[in-house]
Design a protein around this ligand. Structure first.
Ligand code: NIG
Ligand code: FE
Length: 395
Protein backbone atom coordinates (compact mmCIF):
# COMPACT_ATOMS: atom_id res chain seq x y z
CA UNK A 1 0.00 0.00 0.00
CA UNK A 2 1.38 3.40 -0.90
CA UNK A 3 0.23 6.45 0.98
CA UNK A 4 1.25 10.05 0.24
CA UNK A 5 0.39 13.43 1.70
CA UNK A 6 0.98 16.58 -0.32
CA UNK A 7 0.90 19.95 1.40
CA UNK A 8 2.02 23.56 1.20
CA UNK A 9 -0.01 23.90 -1.98
CA UNK A 10 -3.18 25.46 -3.28
CA UNK A 11 -5.82 23.23 -4.87
CA UNK A 12 -8.24 23.88 -7.71
CA UNK A 13 -10.95 21.97 -9.54
CA UNK A 14 -14.56 22.55 -10.58
CA UNK A 15 -17.68 21.20 -8.88
CA UNK A 16 -20.69 19.57 -10.56
CA UNK A 17 -22.45 22.91 -10.94
CA UNK A 18 -19.44 24.39 -12.73
CA UNK A 19 -18.22 26.54 -9.85
CA UNK A 20 -14.53 26.85 -9.08
CA UNK A 21 -13.29 25.16 -5.94
CA UNK A 22 -10.12 26.93 -4.95
CA UNK A 23 -8.35 26.22 -1.68
CA UNK A 24 -5.45 28.51 -0.88
CA UNK A 25 -3.82 26.24 1.72
CA UNK A 26 -4.61 22.63 0.91
CA UNK A 27 -3.66 19.06 1.60
CA UNK A 28 -4.03 16.03 -0.66
CA UNK A 29 -4.01 12.53 0.80
CA UNK A 30 -3.48 9.74 -1.75
CA UNK A 31 -3.65 6.02 -1.14
CA UNK A 32 -2.97 3.42 -3.84
CA UNK A 33 -3.22 6.00 -6.62
CA UNK A 34 -6.63 7.24 -5.49
CA UNK A 35 -7.53 10.50 -3.79
CA UNK A 36 -8.64 9.94 -0.19
CA UNK A 37 -8.88 13.58 0.82
CA UNK A 38 -8.27 16.90 -0.94
CA UNK A 39 -9.24 19.95 1.04
CA UNK A 40 -8.20 22.69 3.42
CA UNK A 41 -5.19 22.00 5.61
CA UNK A 42 -7.30 22.83 8.64
CA UNK A 43 -9.52 19.81 7.94
CA UNK A 44 -6.60 17.44 7.56
CA UNK A 45 -4.58 18.08 10.69
CA UNK A 46 -4.94 14.44 11.77
CA UNK A 47 -3.13 13.43 8.56
CA UNK A 48 -0.16 15.69 9.19
CA UNK A 49 0.33 13.99 12.55
CA UNK A 50 0.50 10.55 10.96
CA UNK A 51 2.16 11.05 7.57
CA UNK A 52 5.24 12.85 6.39
CA UNK A 53 4.27 15.93 4.40
CA UNK A 54 5.59 16.23 0.85
CA UNK A 55 6.26 19.96 0.46
CA UNK A 56 4.76 21.30 -2.80
CA UNK A 57 6.54 24.65 -2.38
CA UNK A 58 3.41 26.75 -2.82
CA UNK A 59 2.50 25.24 -6.17
CA UNK A 60 -1.07 24.85 -7.43
CA UNK A 61 -2.33 21.25 -7.59
CA UNK A 62 -5.04 20.40 -10.11
CA UNK A 63 -6.47 17.23 -11.61
CA UNK A 64 -4.41 16.01 -14.58
CA UNK A 65 -5.64 17.65 -17.75
CA UNK A 66 -7.70 15.65 -20.25
CA UNK A 67 -7.41 16.24 -24.00
CA UNK A 68 -10.68 14.69 -25.15
CA UNK A 69 -10.31 15.15 -28.94
CA UNK A 70 -7.10 14.48 -30.90
CA UNK A 71 -5.97 12.96 -34.18
CA UNK A 72 -2.61 12.19 -32.62
CA UNK A 73 -1.26 9.50 -34.93
CA UNK A 74 -0.30 10.60 -38.43
CA UNK A 75 2.68 11.15 -40.68
CA UNK A 76 3.53 14.11 -42.83
CA UNK A 77 2.82 17.75 -42.44
CA UNK A 78 0.02 19.67 -44.09
CA UNK A 79 1.80 22.99 -44.21
CA UNK A 80 1.38 22.50 -47.96
CA UNK A 81 -2.33 23.31 -47.57
CA UNK A 82 -1.44 26.59 -45.90
CA UNK A 83 1.29 27.43 -48.40
CA UNK A 84 -1.08 26.76 -51.29
CA UNK A 85 -3.25 29.56 -49.93
CA UNK A 86 -0.63 31.99 -48.68
CA UNK A 87 2.37 31.51 -50.95
CA UNK A 88 1.74 29.09 -53.82
CA UNK A 89 5.07 29.92 -55.48
CA UNK A 90 7.18 29.15 -52.41
CA UNK A 91 9.75 26.59 -53.58
CA UNK A 92 9.56 24.81 -50.20
CA UNK A 93 5.93 23.93 -50.84
CA UNK A 94 6.71 20.47 -52.24
CA UNK A 95 8.29 19.43 -48.96
CA UNK A 96 4.86 19.37 -47.33
CA UNK A 97 1.61 17.47 -47.86
CA UNK A 98 -1.31 19.31 -49.34
CA UNK A 99 -4.70 18.14 -50.47
CA UNK A 100 -6.73 17.85 -47.31
CA UNK A 101 -7.34 14.80 -45.15
CA UNK A 102 -6.56 12.37 -47.98
CA UNK A 103 -3.01 13.75 -48.25
CA UNK A 104 -2.46 12.80 -44.61
CA UNK A 105 -4.11 9.42 -45.23
CA UNK A 106 -1.54 8.72 -47.97
CA UNK A 107 1.40 9.87 -45.87
CA UNK A 108 0.17 7.89 -42.87
CA UNK A 109 -0.52 4.68 -44.77
CA UNK A 110 2.98 4.86 -46.31
CA UNK A 111 4.71 5.37 -42.96
CA UNK A 112 5.97 2.43 -40.92
CA UNK A 113 4.32 1.47 -37.67
CA UNK A 114 7.51 2.33 -35.80
CA UNK A 115 7.80 5.79 -37.32
CA UNK A 116 4.13 6.56 -36.59
CA UNK A 117 4.65 5.52 -32.97
CA UNK A 118 7.79 7.68 -32.71
CA UNK A 119 5.98 10.70 -34.11
CA UNK A 120 3.06 10.13 -31.76
CA UNK A 121 5.35 9.77 -28.74
CA UNK A 122 6.96 13.13 -29.45
CA UNK A 123 3.49 14.72 -29.44
CA UNK A 124 2.61 12.93 -26.20
CA UNK A 125 5.85 14.24 -24.69
CA UNK A 126 4.63 17.78 -25.27
CA UNK A 127 1.24 16.95 -23.78
CA UNK A 128 2.79 15.37 -20.70
CA UNK A 129 4.99 18.41 -20.15
CA UNK A 130 1.84 20.50 -20.25
CA UNK A 131 -0.07 18.53 -17.67
CA UNK A 132 -2.15 16.11 -19.73
CA UNK A 133 -2.74 12.72 -18.10
CA UNK A 134 -5.55 11.34 -20.31
CA UNK A 135 -5.79 11.70 -24.09
CA UNK A 136 -8.38 10.56 -26.57
CA UNK A 137 -6.85 9.39 -29.87
CA UNK A 138 -8.80 8.90 -33.11
CA UNK A 139 -8.10 6.71 -36.08
CA UNK A 140 -9.33 8.15 -39.38
CA UNK A 141 -6.09 8.42 -41.37
CA UNK A 142 -6.17 4.77 -42.47
CA UNK A 143 -9.62 4.50 -44.10
CA UNK A 144 -9.34 0.73 -44.67
CA UNK A 145 -9.49 -2.31 -42.40
CA UNK A 146 -5.72 -2.60 -42.19
CA UNK A 147 -5.05 1.14 -42.03
CA UNK A 148 -7.57 1.79 -39.28
CA UNK A 149 -6.54 -1.30 -37.32
CA UNK A 150 -2.90 -0.20 -37.40
CA UNK A 151 -3.71 3.26 -36.02
CA UNK A 152 -5.88 1.87 -33.24
CA UNK A 153 -3.26 -0.73 -32.33
CA UNK A 154 -0.59 1.97 -32.15
CA UNK A 155 -2.93 4.05 -29.99
CA UNK A 156 -3.42 1.12 -27.61
CA UNK A 157 0.33 0.49 -27.48
CA UNK A 158 0.96 4.12 -26.53
CA UNK A 159 -1.32 3.98 -23.49
CA UNK A 160 0.82 4.36 -20.38
CA UNK A 161 3.64 6.17 -22.14
CA UNK A 162 4.60 9.13 -19.91
CA UNK A 163 1.86 7.96 -17.56
CA UNK A 164 -0.87 9.07 -19.97
CA UNK A 165 -3.91 6.87 -20.55
CA UNK A 166 -5.12 6.67 -24.15
CA UNK A 167 -8.83 6.33 -24.98
CA UNK A 168 -9.52 5.33 -28.61
CA UNK A 169 -12.15 6.51 -31.08
CA UNK A 170 -12.79 4.74 -34.38
CA UNK A 171 -13.12 7.46 -37.02
CA UNK A 172 -13.49 5.39 -40.18
CA UNK A 173 -16.10 7.89 -41.40
CA UNK A 174 -13.59 10.73 -41.54
CA UNK A 175 -13.16 11.14 -45.30
CA UNK A 176 -14.01 9.23 -48.46
CA UNK A 177 -11.02 7.19 -49.67
CA UNK A 178 -10.10 7.64 -53.33
CA UNK A 179 -11.12 4.07 -54.18
CA UNK A 180 -14.70 4.97 -53.14
CA UNK A 181 -14.87 8.37 -54.86
CA UNK A 182 -18.55 9.26 -55.47
CA UNK A 183 -19.65 6.08 -53.67
CA UNK A 184 -19.95 7.26 -50.07
CA UNK A 185 -22.75 4.82 -49.24
CA UNK A 186 -20.55 1.90 -50.33
CA UNK A 187 -17.71 3.08 -48.13
CA UNK A 188 -20.05 3.53 -45.16
CA UNK A 189 -21.38 0.01 -45.80
CA UNK A 190 -17.82 -1.36 -45.68
CA UNK A 191 -17.21 0.38 -42.36
CA UNK A 192 -20.58 -0.62 -40.96
CA UNK A 193 -20.59 -4.27 -42.02
CA UNK A 194 -16.92 -5.15 -41.77
CA UNK A 195 -14.43 -2.69 -40.34
CA UNK A 196 -16.27 -1.40 -37.25
CA UNK A 197 -17.53 -4.79 -35.97
CA UNK A 198 -14.19 -6.47 -36.59
CA UNK A 199 -12.09 -3.84 -34.86
CA UNK A 200 -14.64 -3.63 -32.04
CA UNK A 201 -14.39 -7.40 -31.55
CA UNK A 202 -10.61 -7.01 -31.39
CA UNK A 203 -11.08 -4.65 -28.47
CA UNK A 204 -9.58 -1.67 -30.27
CA UNK A 205 -12.55 0.71 -30.10
CA UNK A 206 -13.65 2.65 -27.02
CA UNK A 207 -15.90 5.07 -28.93
CA UNK A 208 -17.12 5.67 -32.48
CA UNK A 209 -16.69 9.02 -34.21
CA UNK A 210 -17.65 10.43 -37.62
CA UNK A 211 -17.50 13.70 -39.57
CA UNK A 212 -20.97 15.07 -40.39
CA UNK A 213 -20.45 18.26 -42.31
CA UNK A 214 -20.81 19.79 -45.79
CA UNK A 215 -17.10 18.93 -46.13
CA UNK A 216 -17.53 15.45 -44.64
CA UNK A 217 -20.41 12.98 -44.78
CA UNK A 218 -24.09 13.86 -44.95
CA UNK A 219 -26.35 12.92 -42.05
CA UNK A 220 -28.35 10.46 -44.16
CA UNK A 221 -25.26 8.66 -45.51
CA UNK A 222 -23.74 8.22 -42.07
CA UNK A 223 -26.91 7.07 -40.28
CA UNK A 224 -26.31 3.30 -40.75
CA UNK A 225 -22.80 3.74 -39.31
CA UNK A 226 -24.21 5.25 -36.12
CA UNK A 227 -26.94 2.60 -35.98
CA UNK A 228 -24.27 -0.09 -36.10
CA UNK A 229 -22.26 1.62 -33.36
CA UNK A 230 -25.39 1.65 -31.21
CA UNK A 231 -26.08 -2.02 -31.89
CA UNK A 232 -22.52 -2.85 -30.88
CA UNK A 233 -22.98 -0.87 -27.67
CA UNK A 234 -20.22 1.57 -28.58
CA UNK A 235 -20.53 5.15 -27.30
CA UNK A 236 -20.92 7.69 -30.08
CA UNK A 237 -19.37 11.09 -30.54
CA UNK A 238 -19.24 13.13 -33.69
CA UNK A 239 -17.55 16.00 -35.49
CA UNK A 240 -20.58 18.02 -36.49
CA UNK A 241 -21.45 21.19 -38.35
CA UNK A 242 -17.92 22.63 -38.40
CA UNK A 243 -17.72 24.24 -41.84
CA UNK A 244 -21.48 24.53 -42.30
CA UNK A 245 -24.83 23.24 -41.06
CA UNK A 246 -25.32 19.59 -42.00
CA UNK A 247 -27.85 18.37 -39.46
CA UNK A 248 -24.96 16.65 -37.71
CA UNK A 249 -25.90 17.88 -34.26
CA UNK A 250 -29.48 16.62 -34.62
CA UNK A 251 -28.36 13.20 -35.85
CA UNK A 252 -25.67 12.69 -33.22
CA UNK A 253 -28.06 13.77 -30.46
CA UNK A 254 -30.73 11.39 -31.73
CA UNK A 255 -28.21 8.61 -31.02
CA UNK A 256 -27.54 9.94 -27.52
CA UNK A 257 -24.01 11.01 -28.45
CA UNK A 258 -21.56 11.42 -25.62
CA UNK A 259 -20.25 14.53 -27.33
CA UNK A 260 -20.81 16.78 -30.31
CA UNK A 261 -17.58 18.39 -31.42
CA UNK A 262 -16.75 21.62 -33.29
CA UNK A 263 -20.42 22.82 -33.63
CA UNK A 264 -19.57 26.17 -35.21
CA UNK A 265 -22.84 25.84 -37.18
CA UNK A 266 -25.02 23.92 -34.73
CA UNK A 267 -28.72 24.56 -35.36
CA UNK A 268 -30.96 26.05 -32.69
CA UNK A 269 -33.14 22.93 -32.86
CA UNK A 270 -30.12 20.79 -31.98
CA UNK A 271 -29.23 23.17 -29.19
CA UNK A 272 -32.67 22.77 -27.64
CA UNK A 273 -32.43 18.96 -27.95
CA UNK A 274 -29.05 18.99 -26.24
CA UNK A 275 -30.60 20.43 -23.09
CA UNK A 276 -30.67 17.79 -20.39
CA UNK A 277 -29.31 15.14 -22.76
CA UNK A 278 -26.00 14.75 -20.96
CA UNK A 279 -24.21 15.27 -24.28
CA UNK A 280 -21.09 17.41 -23.95
CA UNK A 281 -20.21 20.13 -26.46
CA UNK A 282 -16.51 19.81 -27.32
CA UNK A 283 -15.04 23.13 -28.42
CA UNK A 284 -11.96 23.15 -30.66
CA UNK A 285 -10.97 26.80 -31.01
CA UNK A 286 -7.48 26.17 -32.38
CA UNK A 287 -9.06 24.57 -35.49
CA UNK A 288 -11.38 27.57 -35.78
CA UNK A 289 -8.35 29.85 -35.62
CA UNK A 290 -6.16 27.85 -37.98
CA UNK A 291 -8.91 27.59 -40.59
CA UNK A 292 -9.78 31.29 -40.21
CA UNK A 293 -13.42 30.41 -39.60
CA UNK A 294 -15.79 33.25 -38.86
CA UNK A 295 -18.76 31.70 -37.09
CA UNK A 296 -18.21 30.68 -33.47
CA UNK A 297 -20.17 27.96 -31.65
CA UNK A 298 -23.38 29.16 -29.92
CA UNK A 299 -21.80 29.65 -26.50
CA UNK A 300 -24.68 31.64 -25.03
CA UNK A 301 -27.16 29.03 -26.23
CA UNK A 302 -25.06 26.23 -24.76
CA UNK A 303 -24.99 28.04 -21.45
CA UNK A 304 -28.71 28.82 -21.54
CA UNK A 305 -29.45 25.15 -22.22
CA UNK A 306 -26.96 23.99 -19.59
CA UNK A 307 -24.98 21.95 -22.08
CA UNK A 308 -21.59 21.10 -20.55
CA UNK A 309 -18.66 22.45 -22.54
CA UNK A 310 -15.30 20.72 -22.91
CA UNK A 311 -12.27 22.16 -24.69
CA UNK A 312 -9.69 20.12 -26.62
CA UNK A 313 -6.77 20.59 -29.01
CA UNK A 314 -8.10 18.64 -32.04
CA UNK A 315 -4.37 17.97 -32.61
CA UNK A 316 -4.07 17.16 -36.33
CA UNK A 317 -1.81 18.26 -39.17
CA UNK A 318 -4.47 19.94 -41.30
CA UNK A 319 -6.70 22.10 -39.17
CA UNK A 320 -5.12 22.16 -35.72
CA UNK A 321 -1.35 21.71 -35.60
CA UNK A 322 -0.83 22.03 -31.86
CA UNK A 323 -0.40 19.77 -28.85
CA UNK A 324 -1.10 22.57 -26.38
CA UNK A 325 -4.31 22.07 -24.44
CA UNK A 326 -3.63 25.21 -22.42
CA UNK A 327 -3.46 27.20 -25.64
CA UNK A 328 -6.80 25.72 -26.71
CA UNK A 329 -8.26 26.71 -23.33
CA UNK A 330 -6.89 30.23 -23.74
CA UNK A 331 -8.44 30.49 -27.22
CA UNK A 332 -11.78 29.30 -25.86
CA UNK A 333 -11.66 32.33 -23.58
CA UNK A 334 -10.36 34.88 -26.07
CA UNK A 335 -12.10 33.72 -29.27
CA UNK A 336 -15.26 32.02 -28.01
CA UNK A 337 -15.86 34.12 -24.91
CA UNK A 338 -15.77 31.32 -22.36
CA UNK A 339 -15.38 32.34 -18.75
CA UNK A 340 -12.03 31.26 -17.35
CA UNK A 341 -13.83 28.88 -15.01
CA UNK A 342 -15.58 27.28 -18.00
CA UNK A 343 -12.26 26.89 -19.80
CA UNK A 344 -10.67 25.28 -16.74
CA UNK A 345 -13.66 22.96 -16.36
CA UNK A 346 -13.42 22.25 -20.09
CA UNK A 347 -9.98 20.67 -19.84
CA UNK A 348 -10.69 18.81 -16.60
CA UNK A 349 -14.13 17.80 -15.35
CA UNK A 350 -16.10 18.38 -18.57
CA UNK A 351 -13.47 16.66 -20.69
CA UNK A 352 -13.81 13.60 -18.45
CA UNK A 353 -17.58 13.72 -18.98
CA UNK A 354 -17.08 13.90 -22.76
CA UNK A 355 -15.15 10.65 -22.54
CA UNK A 356 -17.62 9.03 -20.15
CA UNK A 357 -14.96 8.82 -17.43
CA UNK A 358 -16.28 9.35 -13.92
CA UNK A 359 -13.01 8.67 -12.09
CA UNK A 360 -10.95 11.73 -13.02
CA UNK A 361 -10.95 15.41 -13.90
CA UNK A 362 -11.69 16.49 -10.32
CA UNK A 363 -10.24 16.22 -6.82
CA UNK A 364 -13.00 14.22 -5.17
CA UNK A 365 -12.29 11.24 -2.90
CA UNK A 366 -12.13 8.02 -4.92
CA UNK A 367 -10.90 9.73 -8.08
CA UNK A 368 -7.63 8.69 -9.69
CA UNK A 369 -4.71 10.57 -8.23
CA UNK A 370 -3.42 11.68 -11.63
CA UNK A 371 -2.52 15.04 -10.16
CA UNK A 372 -0.34 17.78 -11.59
CA UNK A 373 1.29 20.78 -9.92
CA UNK A 374 1.90 24.15 -11.48
CA UNK A 375 4.07 27.11 -10.58
CA UNK A 376 1.14 29.51 -10.55
CA UNK A 377 -1.04 30.93 -7.81
CA UNK A 378 -4.43 30.42 -9.47
CA UNK A 379 -5.88 28.22 -12.23
CA UNK A 380 -7.01 31.19 -14.30
CA UNK A 381 -3.34 31.94 -14.95
CA UNK A 382 -3.29 28.64 -16.86
CA UNK A 383 -6.22 29.39 -19.15
CA UNK A 384 -6.27 33.17 -19.51
CA UNK A 385 -2.66 33.83 -20.47
CA UNK A 386 -0.13 32.16 -22.72
CA UNK A 387 3.18 31.22 -21.13
CA UNK A 388 5.10 28.00 -21.52
CA UNK A 389 3.79 26.33 -18.36
CA UNK A 390 5.50 23.14 -17.26
CA UNK A 391 3.45 20.76 -15.17
CA UNK A 392 4.94 18.58 -12.45
CA UNK A 393 3.31 15.19 -12.30
CA UNK A 394 2.66 13.92 -8.79
CA UNK A 395 2.93 10.22 -8.13
O1 NIG B 1 -11.25 17.65 -36.51
N1 NIG B 1 -12.99 17.90 -39.33
C1 NIG B 1 -12.45 16.86 -39.64
N2 NIG B 1 -11.36 16.33 -39.11
C2 NIG B 1 -10.29 17.05 -38.52
C3 NIG B 1 -9.36 17.55 -39.52
C4 NIG B 1 -8.43 16.51 -39.90
C5 NIG B 1 -7.51 16.94 -40.99
O2 NIG B 1 -7.72 17.99 -41.63
O3 NIG B 1 -6.56 16.19 -41.23
C6 NIG B 1 -10.75 18.07 -37.53
O4 NIG B 1 -10.59 19.28 -37.71
FE1 FE C 1 -11.13 16.49 -35.04
Amino acid sequence: MSELLFGNCSLADVDASGALRFIADGLVHVRDDRIVFAGPRAQGQHLTQRLELLDMESMLVTPGLIDCHTHLIYAGDRLGDLLAQRDPDDPSRDRFESGGILATVNATNQASRASLATLARSRIDQMADHGVTTVEVKSGYGLSMEGERRLLEIARSLSGYRGIEVITSFLGAHALPTAYASRPADYIALLTKEVMPTLAAEGLIDMVDCFIDPEGFSASIVTPYLERASELGLPIRAHVDQFGAAGGGELALSFGARSIDHIEHLSSAALATARGSGTVAVLLPFAYLHKSLTSIPPIMGLRDNQVPMAVATDLNPGTSPTASLLLAAYLSVTLYGLRPVEAFAGITRRAAEALGLSDRGRLDPGCRADLVAWEVGHPYELVASVFDRRAHRLG
